[in-house]
Design a protein around this ligand. Structure first.
Ligand code: KG4
Ligand code: ZN
Length: 384
C-alpha cells in the first residue's frame, strides 16, 4: 500500500556500508538540504584496502556526530524528520550494523517509519539529487519530482565494490540484468594503482595520469572482456592480470612451467606509468560501454517482439567510477547517439553518500515498501 508522505517531507538518510560514515537530510526525493560524509580513507590507506574491524570502530565513533552535523547543516530540527532511511545491504556486516542500529534508535525515539535501502540500487538515484535552500520552510513544488517519462530506464552502477546493469521501471522498481563475475571496476582501478605505487583509492589518480597520455593510450594492447555474445555480465580480472604481467614481466620459466617467450619487468618511469594508466582505462571503459550498448540492443529486440514493450528512455548512472572523465565523456556521446536522456550524478554524489540513500528511501516509502524495527543488516543482496 502506498504511504502518504508529503512531497516536501524530510527524510534522514544514513550510510555506513563500507568506509564512509554519512548522513543527509532530503526534502522530498531530490532536494538535498545537507549531506555530510566522514571518509575513513586515512585509516585504511596503509593497508591499501578497507579493514572491517577498523571501519566498524570508526563508524561507531562517528555516526552520532555525523547525524548531528547533517541536522545542523540542514537548519532543521530532529523532530521535523518524517522518515529514516538506512543503507542496510550489501556491505561489511560490522559497519552496516552500526548504521542500522543508529537508524532504528532514531526512528523509534522520533516515532517515525524506517526504510531499509539497497546501497547499490541507491547509487542509481544519485543523478536525481540537487542542492536546495536549507530550512524546513522552503517547500518543494510537485513539478520538481522525478519525471515519470524518464522510465523505463537502463541503470549502470560502477563502484569500488560493484559493477552492474539494471532495468528500472520506476525510481523504486529496479531489476538486475547483469553484474561482475569477478572484480568490480573500481577494485580493478585501485589494484592497478597499487601496482604502480599510487595512493589508495587509486581510481582518481589513474584517471588523471591516463588523461596526460591520451596520445599514447594504445602503447599497451590490453584485452577487453566481452564474455558470451548475449551476456550482460562484466569481468575485470583478466584486464587487471594483463596489467600485472606487463608491469612485472612474464618469466620464461616459473613453477616448473616453461613459457614460450618471457618478458622482463617494465622500468616504471613516469611516461610508462601514464601509458599503462591510459591503456588500462581505455579498455576498462570500453568494457562498460560495450555492455550498455548490448543491453540497449537487447531491449530493442524485445520491443520488436512485443509492440507494447516500452523502449528504454534514459540512462541512470551511479557509483564512484561514474566520476571518471573518460566514462562521462563516452556516456554523453553514447546517450545522444542512441537517443536516450542521460542522468549523471554531480561529482559529490558519485562516491558513497547518504543523500542517495534518503532519496531512494523516500521513493520506496511512497511505494509502500516500509520496514519496521526488525530490519536486519545484510552483507549480500540476495535477489534483486
Ligand atoms: O561508490 P564508491 O564510493 O564505493 C563503493 O560503493 O564501492 O566507489 C569508490 C570507487 C573506488 O574504487 C575509487 O577508486 C573509484 O570509485 N573512483 C574512480 C574515480 N573516482 C573514484 N575510478 C576511476 N576514475 C575516477 N575518477
Ligand atoms: Zn557505493
Amino acid at each position: 500500500m502506498p504511504t502518504t508522505l508529503a512531497s516536501d517531507s524530510l527524510t534522514l538518510g544514513i550510510e555506513t556500508s563500507c568506509d564512509e560514515t554519512a548522513a543527509a537530510v532530503l526534502r522530498g526525493g531530490r532536494d538535498v538540504l545537507s549531506s555530510v560524509v566522514a571518509s575513513q580513507h586515512e585509516l585504511h590507506e596503509e593497508y591499501r584496502g578497507v579493514v572491517p574491524e577498523i571501519a566498524s570502530r570508526a563508524h561507531a565513533e562517528r555516526i552520532l556526530p555525523v547525524v548531528k552535523a547533517a541536522i545542523k547543516e540542514a537548519e532543521v530540527s530532529l523532530n521535523e524528520i518524517s522518515l529514516v532511511a538506512v543503507g542496510h545491504r550489501p556491505g561489511l556486516i560490522g559497519p552496516l550494523l552500526v548504521g542500522v542500529s543508529a537508524a532504528k534508535a532514531l526512528a523509534w525515539s522520533l516515532d517515525v517509519p524506517i526504510v531499509g535501502v539497497d546501497h547499490v540500487q541507491a547509487h542509481l538515484h544519485a543523478g536525481w539529487l540537487r542542492e536546495r535552500a536549507t530550512g524546513s520552510q522552503s517547500g518543494a513544488s510537485h513539478e520538481d519530482s522525478i519525471p515519470t517519462d524518464a522510465f523505463p530506464a537502463l541503470g549502470l552502477v560502477v563502484s569500488g565494490g560493484h559493477t552492474a546493469l539494471y532495468r528500472c521501471e520506476s525510481p523504486s522498481s529496479i531489476r538486475r540484468l547483469g553484474g561482475t563475475i569477478d572484480d568490480a571496476i573500481g577494485e580493478a582501478y585501485d589494484k592497478v594503482a597499487a601496482m604502480l605505487g599510487l595512493a589508495y583509492p587509486g581510481g582518481p589518480l589513474v584517471d588523471r595520469l591516463a588523461n596526460e597520455a591520451a596520445a599514447t593510450e594504445t602503447r599497451f594492447d590490453f584485452p577487453v572482456s566481452r564474455l558470451g555474445n548475449h551476456s550482460l555480465d562484466f569481468s575485470f580480472s583478466g584486464l587487471k592480470t594483463a596489467v600485472l604481467y606487463a608491469v612485472r614481466g612474464v618469466p620464461a620459466r616459473a613453477g616448473g612451467r616453461a613459457y614460450e617467450s618471457g618478458t622482463p619487468p617494465l622500468v616504471l618511469d613516469d611516461q610508462t606509468k601514464r601509458d599503462l594508466c591510459a591503456s588500462f582505462q581505455r579498455r576498462a571503459i570500453e568494457a562498460v560501454t560495450l555492455k550498455i550498448e548490448r543491453a540497449i540492443d537487447q531491449w530493442f529486440m524485445l520491443r520488436k517482439a512485443d509492440e507494447a514493450a516500452t523502449p528504454a528512455r534514459s540512462l541512470l548512472i551511479g557509483g564512484g567510477v561514474s566520476a571518471n572523465s573518460r566514462l562521462r565523456t563516452q556516456l554523453v556521446s553514447l546517450a545522444s547517439r542512441r537517443g536516450l536522456a542521460l542522468r549523471l550524478p554531480a561529482m559529490a554524489y558519485c562516491v558513497d553518500n547518504a543523500a542517495m540513500i534518503a532519496g531512494l528511501g523516500y521513493e520506496l516509502a511512497r511505494a509502500g515498501r516500509l520496514d519496521d524495527l526488525t530490519l536486519a543488516a545484510e552483507p549480500t543482496t540476495s535477489a534483486c
